[in-house]
Design a protein around this ligand. Structure first.
Ligand code: OVV
Length: 408
């Protein structure tokens, strides 16, 4: 067995087309749409020789890989490394990097802690925080969309919602970025992430402890399930770690991408202002068109197939959300257009299947709050300089977004 990047290097079955590209090259990450087009055009599944693995980017095959959790497992890692072969870089997540039946229990605990009821009870706090922040930003007029808004808003509500007593806003955003970069190949981005997490991880671990959390937050609700005997105390700490891994940089990216979409498409902002009932469907369209996570991996746990092509056990498969979310076969000939009234049912910005984002209610709640406050106060969102995409092995987001907010 040949090893590349810590997984079994496969030879593709005859008939699987080859795509000779490095999907994690920084130039591709900065502008991935040609890669997405090639990936879909070649077939339901392609072979990536650089990493000796497969990739799917058509809507149908990507959806299949996400929803067929029996053949495409998560317990061997959702990045390029196969946990059966190499050591995971941190103790694996007990909700992300796990299969049923182990997944079932932790998923139930997290789903309860992040239920629609919980998010509904947070809605007033979110709305007030959004109004205060947007009032302040509109008075500035020129803002840095990433730090002043996309980061500032989740940081003004999410840590309190979780009940964190420890605050280190930089670490909270950067930890998520590191976790997602660690899913990639052994490139500059992953090596920098692993170096930096050595600094951050002790702080994260400490922040997850029961006695560092307020008694009324989402974190405390998870520990209450430990008291009830559903999970152990150590498992509760690990699930709080999942909140901090997946709950900050993702919403930061979603909000930043929303601002980008509206700056790029002022007519769509006008539609939202004319009809604020479009705020919720508009965010679904942001998730489709500008997906905060571009790629997740799976591993074939058994011999299986994709689109009629045989896939051997141990094969790593990249499920390219960004490509699937732009598939004209699914979304029509204007798949590359951002349209707030599209109502893109089935968009895979939150993934699909049993591992579909467990925090999607709170993510939608945060975004609805900030867009509602903006719609009421901002006539136009304009670029005030050149936006810059942040290279990441899994996140699709901006790291610089100079904006002018034109007051209503
Ligand atoms: C969906 C996701 C991304 C990153 C980390 C985790 C989950 C986790 O459970 O730690």
């Amino acid at each position: 067995m040949q090893l590349i990047e810590g997984h079994r290097a496969i030879l593709p079955a005859p008939g699987i087309p080859t795509l000779d590209i490095d999907p994690f090259d920084e130039a591709v990450l900065a502008d991935p749409f040609e890669y997405f087009d090639s990936l879909r055009a070649l077939g339901p599944v392609v072979y990536i020789p650089k990493y000796a693995m497969l990739a799917v980017g058509r809507f149908a095959s990507t959806h299949r890989v996400f929803t067929d959790h029996e053949n495409f497992v998560s317990s061997r890692g959702v990045g390029l490394n196969d946990f059966k072969i190499g050591e995971p870089w941190r103790p694996p997540s007990i909700i992300l990097e796990v299969d049923p039946p182990d997944h079932t229990k932790t998923r139930r605990v997290m789903a309860r802690a992040l239920s629609p009821r919980v998010v509904k009870d947070l809605a007033d706090d979110f709305a007030r925080a959004a109004e205060v922040l947007v009032d302040w930003l509109v008075a500035q007029e020129r803002v840095e969309g990433v730090t002043d808004l996309a980061e500032a808003f989740p940081l003004s509500v999410f840590p309190q919602a979780v009940g964190l007593n420890e605050r280190n806003d930089r670490y909270l955003v950067d930890y998520g970025n590191c976790v997602f970069n660690a899913m990639g190949p052994d490139n500059r981005l992953r090596r920098a992430a692993l170096d930096y997490t050595r600094e951050i991880a002790p702080w994260i671990t400490a922040a997850c402890a029961r006695d560092r959390l307020t008694p009324d937050g989402i974190g405390a609700a998870i520990y209450a399930d430990a008291d009830a005997g559903e999970i152990t105390e150590a498992e509760a700490a690990m699930l709080v770690r999942s909140l901090l891994s997946a709950g900050v940089d993702t919403t930061v990216s979603g909000i930043g991408n929303a601002l980008f979409c509206f700056a790029e498409n002022p007519g769509e902002w006008d539609k939202l202002r004319a009809d604020p009932s479009l705020i919720k469907p508009a965010f679904e369209e942001v998730l489709r068109y500008s997906f905060p996570v571009h790629t997740f991996g799976r591993t074939a746990g058994t011999e299986t197939e994709i689109g009629g092509h045989p896939v051997e056990e141990g094969t790593k498969v990249l499920a390219v959300i960004g490509a699937a979310n732009r598939d004209p076969e699914k979304w029509g000939p204007d798949a590359d257009r951002f349209r707030v009234d599209r109502r893109p049912l089935g968009q895979m910005g939150f993934g699909a299947g049993i591992h579909g984002c467990v925090g999607q209610n709170i993510a939608r709640g945060e975004t609805a709050a900030i867009l509602t406050a903006l719609v009421a106060r901002v006539k136009r969102i304009e670029f005030d300089g050149t936006p810059r995409w942040r290279p990441s092995n899994a996140i699709h987001a901006l790291d610089h977004l100079p904006l002018r907010l034109v007051p209503a």
